[in-house]
Design a protein around this ligand. Structure first.
Ligand code: CMC
Length: 378
C-alpha cells in the first residue's frame, strides 16, 4: 500500500472514484454527469438535475413525470416531527433545526434495506420532498405561526417559496430560485459531501447521512459563508468603504467571505451565473446598493488578491439573490442544504455500490510510555 504524506485538509488526496461531477479549477468548469453547469442552469430544473445526479442519466419524460409526482406526494411531514420542531427554541439557528429534523426522520422510517433499489429510491424521494417542508415549517413556527401545508399544484421551487410566505411567488423569482438550487446541487467531494460519505460508509441510515452532512455544511468556511457575505456587505456599508475594508482585512489576515476556493483559482462558474441572475432580478425590481458594494469588492479583491487565485465563489452572489427574494439571511444555508441534498444522495448511492468503511490513518506526534499519576499527586 502506498503511504501518503500527511496533508492538512486532505488537500489533493483522492478519497473516492466518482462519476457524479467534475471541477476544473484552473478554467472554471463545473459539470454534473458530464453536462456543463451553464447548460443545466439554462435548460434544466432542480428536480430533473437531481435525477441526473443520482441516477446518472437525464430522465425520459415519463421518468421525470413519475419522479416529480412521487416527490410531490411525499412533501408532507408527520405531525410528530412538526410538534418536535415546535419545541425548538426560536432563537436557534435553522441549520441546527434542520440537522435535528433530518436525523429525526430516521426514527419514523427506520427500515433499512441498503441493497434494495426501491428502498434507495424511497429514501431519495422522501429526503428531497421533506427537507424543504421542514425548513419552511421551522421558519414559520419560530415566528409563532403554524406551518403552511405544501401545495400539490406547485412545482418544487414555487412550492418552497409558497410555504415560506403563503403567497404564490412571482414566476421569474421562482425560476431564479430554481436555478440557484440547480447551481448548488453538487460540487464533488467538499467537506459536507465527504462527511456524508464517511457516515454512509458505516452503512447507517440515509437520514443520519444527511444529518451529518447538514451539520458540516453549517460552518462559515463552507455553506455558512453566504450569510457572512451579507453581514460583511452591511458592515462595509458603502462603495467608498470597500477599499479600506479590504486593505485592513488583508493586513489583519482576515478572510473575506465569499472569496477563495480550494479548487477554483478563477471566478467560480456558479458565481458568474448567479451574478447574471442577480442583475436580471435587479433590472426587474430595482438595483440594490449592496450590489454596487459587491461589484466594487470584486474589483478590489481581483486587484489585491487575484495573483493568489482568489476570486468570487458561489456564496458571494447567492446571498444577494436570496436577499432580493425576501429570504431571511439565516435561511441561506438551509437553502444551500435543500439543494445539496441531491449531491449528497448521489454520493451516498455511489458509495454504497463500492462501499468500504472510511478509516484513514494519522501521524502520531504524542508521547509514549508515560506513567499514570494518582490524582492526589497531581
Ligand atoms: N480572503 C482573503 N484571503 C484569502 C481568502 C479570502 N477569502 N481565501 C484564501 N485566502 C488566502 C489565505 O490567506 C492564504 O494566503 P497565504 O498563502 O498568503 O497565507 C491563501 O489564500 C490560501 O488560503 P487557504 O485558507 O489555505 O485556502 P483553503 O483552500 O484552505 O481555503 C476557503 C479555501 C474557501 C476555506 C477559503 O478561501 C476561505 O476561507 N474563504 C472564505 C470563506 C468562503 O467564502 N467559503 C465558501 C467557499 S465556496 C462554497 C463552499 O465550499 O461551501
Amino acid at each position: 500500500m502506498k503511504v501518503c504524506e500527511y496533508q492538512p485538509g486532505l488537500e489533493g488526496i483522492p478519497a473516492a472514484r466518482s462519476a457524479i461531477s467534475y471541477v476544473n479549477g484552473a478554467e472554471g468548469i463545473l459539470e454534473y454527469r458530464g453536462i456543463r453547469i451553464e447548460e443545466l442552469a439554462t435548460h434544466s430544473n432542480f428536480l430533473e438535475t437531481a435525477y441526473l445526479l443520482i441516477w446518472g442519466q437525464l430522465p425520459s419524460p415519463a421518468e421525470l413525470e413519475s419522479f416529480q409526482q412521487e416527490v410531490r406526494y411525499h412533501r408532507r411531514i408527520k405531525y410528530r416531527i412538526r410538534d418536535m420542531m415546535k419545541c425548538f427554541p426560536e432563537s436557534g439557528h435553522p441549520m441546527d433545526a434542520l440537522q435535528a429534523s433530518a436525523a429525526a426522520l430516521g426514527l419514523f422510517y427506520s427500515r433499512r434495506a441498503l441493497d434494495n433499489p426501491e428502498y434507495i429510491r424511497e429514501a431519495v424521494v422522501r429526503l428531497l420532498a421533506k427537507i424543504p417542508t421542514m425548513v419552511a415549517a421551522f421558519q414559520l413556527m419560530r415566528k409563532g405561526n403554524d406551518p403552511v401545508q405544501p401545495r400539490d399544484d406547485l412545482d418544487y421551487a414555487n412550492n418552497f417559496l409558497y410555504m415560506l410566505t403563503e403567497r404564490e411567488p412571482d414566476p421569474f423569482a421562482a425560476r431564479v430560485f430554481d436555478v440557484c438550487l440547480t447551481l448548488h446541487a453538487e460540487h464533488t467531494i467538499n467537506a459536507s459531501t465527504f462527511s456524508a460519505m464517511v457516515t454512509a460508509s458505516t452503512l447507517t441510515d440515509p437520514y443520519a447521512v444527511m444529518a451529518s452532512a447538514v451539520g458540516t455544511l453549517a460552518g462559515p468556511l463552507h455553506g455558512g459563508a453566504n450569510e457572512e457575505v451579507i453581514a460583511m456587505l452591511e458592515e462595509i456599508g458603502s462603495v467608498e468603504n470597500v477599499r479600506p475594508y479590504v486593505e485592513s482585512a488583508i493586513e489583519n489576515k482576515q478572510k473575506i467571505m465569499g472569496f477563495g476556493h480550494r479548487v477554483y483559482k478563477v471566478k467560480d462558474p456558479r458565481a458568474v451565473i448567479l451574478q447574471e441572475l442577480a442583475e436580471k432580478l435587479f433590472e426587474n425590481v430595482g438595483y440594490d446598493q449592496y450590489y454596487f458594494i459587491a461589484l466594487e469588492l470584486e474589483r478590489v479583491i481581483e486587484e489585491k488578491l487575484g495573483h493568489k487565485g482568489i476570486y468570487a465563489n458561489v456564496d458571494f452572489y447567492s446571498g444577494l439573490v436570496y436577499r432580493h427574494l425576501g429570504i431571511p439571511t439565516d435561511l441561506f444555508t438551509p437553502i444551500f442544504a435543500i439543494a445539496r441534498v441531491a449531491g449528497w444522495l448521489a454520493h451516498w448511492k455511489e458509495q454504497l455500490a463500492v462501499n468500504r468503511i472510511f478509516r484513514p490513518t494519522q501521524d502520531y506526534v504524542g508521547e509514549h510510555n508515560r506513567s499514570y499519576v494518582p490524582i492526589e499527586k497531581r
